[in-house]
Design a protein around this ligand. Structure first.
Ligand code: 3PG
Ligand code: MG
Length: 400
């Protein structure tokens, strides 16, 4: 377990708490289209306000690169956050540092919530500038970081603040770190990893780290084609990084040396194009027709994977196994995800998933609530799978 402080270690009553959240939420036409990140931060906000703290919410939104970009203002989120909190009124300050922030804070009652404007309107945030971090720190007595999904950034609000104020992890950060540690640092074995997605070139560090840690590595998605190609299989017109063949063979060799069993597909669903309702065929991976593309793992592979998960005690999942957005190429992802969900519900598997498309794929399979833990993070989850030190987490550990 990483050693970091939590809300249990802070004396909160009457204190101004700088709470770093990740409200970098998807928006369309001025409306938030997915409240997950706000909902997941809500328990920490409630706990702080119930303890009599004044809560200053800090977040980035988009990538305005140090300039005020009105479309990237956090102002529209204040009422949304209030609604998620259950009808609380949430004040808003038009700047995250300086007189606007200070005067809004002066009016905030104990137990009140104040949302500060987008941190990234100041270049000092991403540059982790001392003067900017000092300006933020001047507003509060305590710092709580609940933004695991931004912890791969060494910014003023994710890193600098933890070195300036008494610092602790919020409940969401705590839950992320505890579940991730249970899955990959001290797992019950056998431990499996399922890794899918389009390309291995974006997941080299991740695969390299995982083969040294897991007992079984399942490779799906487009990247499985690259591995198949690397071991001499003709993949037709399938997505395939031919230039990565040598790298793929190196990963397989590293896995072998580490005693990690790499499971590649034996059959595939192929079609002439990626489109709904297109004519499909199930073939052995050794017999992919030259004009066809692999768009999903085949049913024999999917069933085999479901069975193999039946022997595992822990699972880390990142990336879909096929083109799940376009049925019927969602079949393998659905089948394997449901097998993992069933075993988790039976209390026999600790299942942790995260990163980009993964949440959408598990939601599509209808199993989001059945996994032990689904991370709200994209890039931070990937960097954690790569075995990298996350600056935001390191700063909390250093402060403990
Ligand atoms: C995310 O959405 O992945 C996080 O909020 C980090 O955002 P960033 O990639 O712009 O730093
Ligand atoms: Mg990102």
């Amino acid at each position: 377990m990483p050693a970091f402080k939590t809300l249990d270690d802070l004396d909160l009553a009457g204190r101004a708490v700088l709470l770093r959240v990740d409200f970098n939420v998807p928006m369309a036409g001025g409306k938030v289209t997915d409240l997950t990140r706000i909902e997941r931060a809500a328990p920490t906000v409630r706990e702080l306000t119930a303890a009599g703290a004044k809560v200053l919410l800090l977040s980035h939104f988009g990538r305005p690169k140090g300039k005020v970009v009105p479309e990237m203002s956090l102002a529209p989120l204040a009422p949304v956050v209030g609604a998620v909190l259950g009808g609380t009124s949430v004040a808003f300050a038009a700047d995250c540092v300086g007189p606007d922030a200070a005067s809004a804070l002066a009016e905030l009652p104990e137990g009140g919530v104040l949302l500060l404007e987008n941190l990234r309107f100041h270049g000092g945030e991403e540059a982790n500038e001392a003067a900017f971090a000092d300006g933020l720190a001047a507003l509060g007595d305590l710092y709580v970081n609940d933004a695991f999904s931004a912890a791969h950034r060494a910014h003023a609000s994710t890193e600098g603040l933890a070195r300036r104020l008494p610092a602790a992890a919020g409940r969401l950060m705590q839950a992320e770190l505890e579940h991730l540690a249970a899955a990959l640092e001290q797992p019950k074995r056998p431990l499996a990893a399922v890794v899918g997605g389009a390309k291995i070139s974006t997941k080299l560090d991740l695969l390299g780290n995982l083969v040294a840690k897991v007992d079984m590595l399942v490779i799906g998605g487009g990247m499985a084609n690259t591995f198949l190609n690397a071991v001499g299989v003709e993949v037709g017109r399938s997505l395939c990084e031919h230039e990565m063949a040598e790298t793929a063979r190196e990963i397989l060799a590293k896995a072998k040396a580490a005693g990690c069993d790499v499971v590649l597909p034996t059959d595939a669903v192929v079609a002439g194009e990626l489109a709904a309702g297109v004519k499909t065929e199930v073939v052995s991976v050794k017999a992919v027709p030259a004009g066809q593309m692999i768009l999903d793992l085949g049913p024999a592979t999917a069933e085999h994977l479901g069975r193999r998960l039946g022997d595992c005690a822990s699972l880390v999942w990142n990336g879909p196994l096929g083109c799940f957005e376009v049925p019927p190429f969602d079949a393998a992802t659905n089948l394997v995800a449901r097998a993992a969900a069933e075993r988790t519900k039976a209390g026999k598997l600790l299942s942790v998933a995260g990163g980009g498309d993964t949440v959408a794929a598990l939601a599509h399979a209808g199993v989001l609530a059945d996994f032990s833990y689904v991370s709200a993070a994209g890039g931070a989850f990937l960097e954690w799978l790569e075995g990298k030190t996350l600056p935001g987490v390191k700063a909390l550990e250093d402060a403990a």
